[in-house]
Write a protein that binds this ligand. Sequence first.
Ligand SMILES: *[C@@H]1O[C@H](CO)[C@@H](O)[C@H](O)[C@H]1NC(C)=O
Length: 125
Amino acid sequence: MKFAASLFASAIAFFAASVSAAPLDVWDPTITSPVAGTVWTIGTQVNVTWSTADEPAHVSNGGQIVLALNQIESSFESLSPIFDLAAADGFYTVTVPNVPAGDDYQIVLFGDSGNIGPSFSIVAA
Ligand SMILES: *[C@@H]1O[C@H](CO)[C@@H](O)[C@H](O)[C@H]1NC(C)=O
């Protein structure tokens, strides 16, 4: 898969950044979109959103958005670079990748160990 190598590289960079950050106010936000019933169309821009209600004052970790299929880690595809989670204000815009249409995709929002959302659908344009 085209994304496997770059994802592993970014995952390693991500965890290295998390470990070296101090003081540790690691935040693992709750995904609020996409939810069950959400349909994304390939090639369109969509927002991944999360609750900021429990956001610590000093978030020490970055965020990264990854697409999973059937909750299988080997199918993960990174949808974003590692970004400033505290500055993102509860959303990050991604482009829906050209993947097979399906109803068992999940978004993983990496805070510390990662936070997987409910299954949603991706359809062809
Ligand atoms: C994403 O959310 C922001 C803030 O609410 C909004 O300005 C923007 O239009 C949204 N983008 C999409 C693609 O929905």
